[in-house]
Design a protein. Structure first.
Length: 420
């Protein structure tokens, strides 16, 4: 096995038009012939289309749009979202996966999408990865009535992109990509937001660098990307070249490490224009806790939960080369994740975690960074922490804390005046 190009047999399985398909199955309808939209009827014509059937997609109707965007000549029916039903169906499908692999080889990516590492199961089943994938998809359909698509690859990245880009167009809903397919299938992808892990905002940032397709990203100087986006820049370059060293079992280990976390359910819908204020305030709380307990972090987790009617979002982590307690640095990585994955949907929850903690005893200096400025900023942060700890968290506020969208003052009153 090559360290850069590991050879595993990874399946990425997605339940097609999940919410809409669940509704159709419950009503005995065929989602491939019935025009159903899942949306909150009470919100009128401006309601978000949480899901649409494959039939409507074939007519150009998009999920996560608005009802008023559907062309007037297209007839459709509306079903109110039923999250209890979707969770029940999701659990049924996960139990099917667990009939084929152990929980250690299963990563639940979202309510309708999972990764399975079948590397060590192929001999036992006496099947190829494509044969096993087809058997799993057929089992899902036979037991639940749901149609699934599957990407197969030597790593999680290529399995996911094969599923996103090609599987849905194949008759058997399966696509297998190998490292030999990188130049012919991965590199031509454009616009960049069609690539897993690149959202519209990150696409715009990359376009500003003259990068418009995955091949441009793959051939970019990775040091330029790292200077611009930090560790995430290297991940972008690796992914553009088909490199992904993550292993499903790593996700199990990460959850067991010591961490500080902070999540906040918001009292109204936020968007890209005002959510960064909340993210900034939450990072300040967490980094103050790091400094209070003399800790540094080497792993930053950041997630967004969308409005309740959507009941979806994202959560991703970044592992750092050097441990830190810097508010500015941690905020930078949170915003990079936000820009990379945000889908321009209403936000109701923000989650941040700092893991892989280590004791702050001495810090290795980076010759390529301005350590004088960093030390100065660190000293200022410690002075601010001391004032707030002595006189209460609301004793020293930023001007932004006085804005209507800020939650800092009220949150500080509820959780107490001093850092834990």
């Amino acid at each position: 096995m090559n360290e850069i190009y590991p050879e595993r047999n990874i399946l990425c399985i997605d339940l097609k038009s999940f919410f809409a398909s669940c509704e159709c199955v419950e009503m005995g309808l065929d989602p491939f012939t019935y025009p159903l939209v899942v949306a909150n009827k009470k919100q009128g014509n401006g309601a978000i289309t949480l899901a649409v059937t494959p039939y409507l997609k074939s007519l150009g109707v998009k999920s996560r749009g608005r009802l008023y965007e559907i062309k007037p000549n297209i007839k459709y029916f509306i079903a109110n979202p039923r999250m209890d039903l979707y969770i029940k169906k999701s659990k049924e499908v996960i139990s099917i996966y667990l009939d084929f692999v152990s929980s250690e080889d299963l990563h639940i990516y979202s309510i309708d999408e999972c990764f399975l590492d079948v590397t060590h199961y192929l001999k036992m089943y006496k099947m190829t990865d494509e044969e096993l994938a087809l058997k799993i998809l057929n089992t899902i359909y036979d037991k639940t009535g749901l149609t699934a698509t599957c990407g197969i690859g030597p790593n999680m990245l290529l399995a996911k992109v094969a599923m996103d880009i090609e599987a849905k167009h194949n008759k058997n809903n399966i696509a297998k990509w190998t490292y030999n397919d990188i130049k012919d299938k991965l590199w031509p992808i454009t616009p960049l937001s069609n690539m897993w892990g690149i959202g519209k905002r990150m696409e715009k940032n990359l376009n500003n660098l003259g990068i418009y397709k995955v091949e441009d990203l793959a051939k970019m100087d990775k040091n330029v990307l790292k200077d611009k986006f930090g560790i995430m820049g290297l991940e972008l370059w690796n992914h553009a070249n088909g490199i992904d060293l993550s292993v499903i079992k790593d996700y199990k280990k990460l959850a067991k490490t010591e961490s500080y976390s902070h999540s906040q359910v918001l009292f109204k819908d936020y968007n890209e224009n005002n959510i960064k204020l909340i993210i900034n305030e939450m990072v300040e709380v967490l980094t103050a806790r790091l400094r209070k307990n003399n800790k540094l972090t080497k792993c930053i987790g950041f997630g967004i939960g969308y409005s309740k009617e959507i009941d979806n979002g994202f959560y991703h982590t970044i592992k750092l080369d050097t441990a830190t307690d810097s508010t500015a640095e941690i905020l930078k990585y949170c915003l990079i994740i936000f820009d990379k994955f945000y889908e321009n949907l209403p936000i109701r929850k923000v989650s941040i975690s700092l893991a892989n903690l280590e004791k702050k005893e001495s810090k290795q200096l980076n010759l390529f960074e301005n350590s004088i400025i960093e030390n100065k900023n660190g000293h200022i942060n410690e002075q601010i922490d001391e004032i707030k700890n002595r006189f209460g968290k609301n004793s020293l506020l930023k001007a932004t804390n006085l804005l209507n969208d800020s939650t800092a003052i009220e949150r500080n009153k509820k959780i107490g005046g001093h850092y834990a």
